[in-house]
Design a protein around this ligand. Structure first.
Ligand code: SF4
Ligand code: SF4
Length: 377
């Protein structure tokens, strides 16, 4: 195991780290975790449970990398440190969830019919999804054609938008068809982010290779995904894992090529929640915000972690909920939350059951459908 050691200990990474803010201990900060990884590499310390807790309490949000003046790839170091861990039952559960998500979500869709049973077992993830309607989705190829298309775009769904909020996918297909693109939704696998976060690097690489094979077999202009975690993973992390990545497009760029005017006006108080992976990796939030404004959403820009963090919310439910509670207070005055990430939506729905929370693709689709029917929104 090799770790970078050139950290100058300036502490800039601590200021924005949600993991540090949840635990308020140096060893739970990015700088502290790097120091521990180095100590482990130099065999000063052993890989015990306490150390594992420090490595796994990172939400992999990337804020530290954005603020680090030396551009240290902190999450890569933490991924590597996690790979070395002794695996637990929960980690193996994560592994099988990522390898066979359709089986996992089919079981959940059955369990979800038994509310009382779900409330007795009281597992964090079950709580998160109990308010959603889980529909087993087809994993076969879908093609949404146009007569003279401007191009062909493939969608990478991501497990949340595929199994838990399929309305996001439907919105994305509608928008792309409206923009005159032929849309294909290939048979696909999980991007592999949950696998790598749980310490299964070899298995994450295998999924990356499979997804690469699937998408490269189509003649496409690029890939669009509603999930910024998937976008970062297939567009950046794949390059580190297998030396090759997929071409990820940005929705705002596709609209830029169009000069069709659409008007709409949302009169309520809308907040645009920008997820950590949108802020720190995909970096298209200003373009999405401009797009939302063009479509009549005078949305306020909001950043900051929702507390989900995938595996983090399973392992550190209390801290995950503490982070979420701060967001609930911050978003109290919003009539609608427009999120850049499906996973943040799942997290928000846990604590803001009566609030309107949508993905930006759904918000845009609503305006387009209103315009088609001759109505202002
Ligand atoms: S990725 Fe996020 S949670 Fe993890 S160390 Fe960096 S800032 Fe903290
Ligand atoms: S910001 Fe970068 S250089 Fe500064 S303490 Fe954090 S990891 Fe080290």
């Amino acid at each position: 195991m090799e770790f970078l050691t050139e950290c100058n200990k300036c502490g800039k990474c601590k200021e924005t780290c949600p993991g540090y803010q949840a635990f308020l201990k140096e060893s739970f900060s990015p700088r502290g975790r790097l120091r521990l990884a180095k100590a482990l590499q130099e065999k000063e310390i052993l890989y015990d449970e306490s150390l594992k807790k420090r490595f796994f309490s990172c939400l992999l949000c990337g804020s530290c990398e954005t603020s680090c003046p030396l551009n240290i790839n902190i999450t890569s170091i933490l991924y590597r440190a996690r790979t070395e861990s002794k695996k637990t039952l929960l980690q193996y559960l994560f592994k099988y969830f990522s390898l066979y998500p359709h089986i996992f979500f089919s079981i959940l869709s059955i369990l979800n019919r038994f509310d009382k049973f779900m409330s007795i077992i009281n597992l964090p993830y079950f709580n998160r999804i109990s308010s959603l309607e889980i529909k087993p989705q087809s994993n076969s190829l879908q093609v949404h054609s146009k007569v003279k298309p401007a191009g062909r775009i493939a969608i990478f769904l991501g497990c949340t938008s595929k199994y838990l909020i399929p309305s996001i996918t439907e919105a994305l297909i509608y928008i792309l068809n409206w923009l005159n693109y032929e849309v294909i939704v290939p048979k696909q696998h999980c991007c592999g982010a949950p696998l790598l976060s749980a310490g299964f690097e070899k298995e994450a690489k295998n999924l990356a290779i499979k997804n690469l094979e699937v998408y490269k077999s189509f003649n496409i202009d690029g890939i669009l995904t509603p999930c910024p975690t998937c976008a970062h993973f297939i567009g950046d992390v794949y390059k580190e894992l297998i030396g090759e990545k997929l071409k990820v497009l940005k929705l705002a760029d596709l609209f830029r090529e169009k000069d069709r005017e659409i008007s709409g006006q949302y009169k309520g108080n809308a907040f645009f929640h920008i997820s950590c992976h949108t802020s720190n990796y995909v970096k298209d939030s200003d373009d999405i915000l401009s797009l939302l404004q063009k479509f009549g959403y005078n949305a306020q820009k909001k950043t900051g972690c929702c507390g989900f963090g995938g595996l983090f919310s399973f392992l550190f439910e209390k801290q995950s909920m503490d982070i979420l509670r701060k967001k609930v207070l911050e978003y109290e005055k919003a009539d609608m939350i427009i999120s850049s990430c499906p996973n943040c939506i799942i997290q928000f729905k846990l604590a803001m059951k009566n609030k309107k929370i949508v993905h930006y693709a759904e918000a845009i689709e609503k305006i387009l459908k209103g315009a088609k029917n001759g109505r202002a929104f």
